[in-house]
Design a protein around this ligand. Sequence first.
Ligand SMILES: [Zn+2]
Length: 235
Amino acid sequence: MWGGRTRALSRLWGLWPAGVLGRRPLSCNAASLEGSNSAHCWNCGGPGGPLRGDGFFCPQCRALQPPDPTRDHFSLMDCNRSFRVDTVKLQHRYQQLQRLVHPDFFSQRSQTERDFSEKHSTLVNDAYKTLLAPLSRGLYLLKLHGIEIPEGTDYEMDRQFLVEIMDINEKLAEAQSEAAMKEIESIVRAKQKELTDNVSRAFEQDDFEKAKEILTKMKYFSNVEEKIKLKKIPL
Ligand SMILES: [Zn+2]
């Protein structure tokens, strides 16, 4: 019975939302940004490359510079490299950056600047989304510390936890009423809140193994949340 349940559970991993997994490597698309860490402006040759000034525009000719591939999401979004993130500040920074680099503002500029603005804009979106949600933020932070959670690691989970997840999935499969769905949603929300608090504490104590274990649990609950969303979509 347990084996069957665990196997059924393993299949759930395939339903993880795209983006939580399969992120691009942290080194970013360095190859496609060749030469971008040059200290000189690509346009005027002045000492105003991405490592100078605001990192976006040449202080001399104001040409948009390519993204700095060594800059991580926390630095880009002007946040401390920590699990605790001020989401209001994060949103302001996102809006501020999009006002600087959004492709709409470059339609009359050179093809080079249009390409750079696309790249900046994608990076800013990615950084914002990653740091906004606790799960992706935690996974990213772990990755910066050299720890990744490979797919299909459920064999490492304790049986009690796997049974808890299976029970919720069964409840969800059987739920026929709005009230039943609401009840499941509130259980999952409470669990995610508890796990988010725990992972925050683990990061504060630099206990990355603990953080990894908690984030793995959060992935399971995130998968349940996705299934709740799907079930709510009227056929
Ligand atoms: Zn320049």
